[in-house]
Design a protein. Sequence first.
Length: 195
Amino acid sequence: MAVDPYQSSMSVEEYLVLDSTSSDGRYEFIDGAVTLLAGGTVNHSRISITLLVLLDRALPGRPYMVYNSDMRVSISATRYLYPDVSISCDPRDQEHGESDTVRYPSVIIEVLSPSTETYDRSKKFDYYRSSPTLQEYVLVDTQQRAVDLYRRQTENLWTFHPFRQGDEIELKSSGFRIPLASVYENIVFTEDQPD
């Protein structure tokens, strides 16, 4: 099923059929509007993999599940997104092994791309904040060694925690701590290359 460019919106049911049967790629869905996701860069891919491995190794034996960008996250009845990494500690997300949707995320991680950074920092963050279970939203830069974390303090109050070279990133919701340098291991930035 292809997206009709003249169709102004579609139902959740139509979207779920499109997303599960499409050979074109994955689609996000916000209040009836469908968007095809683009591919990423080498740094985007490597950072995403590194985060998944570090998180998966750090959380065994705990009630957390780490998911990659293949797992759709539902933040409301009419909003479905594909973050680069998500974590859920809710047993309802683990009950059905064949499910393709996380409904109770506690952590969302987006690895930034130049083309999506503004959206990830603004409108997408607005969407994610509507999820009552989300505790931390993490933005990982692909052009410099920088991680920005937003942590929920109350229903409508989020605090900002920037992490830079030499810092240790802490996800309080899962008890995860890791040096920022580990996230960027084997990543080459333009400024790292000799002239």
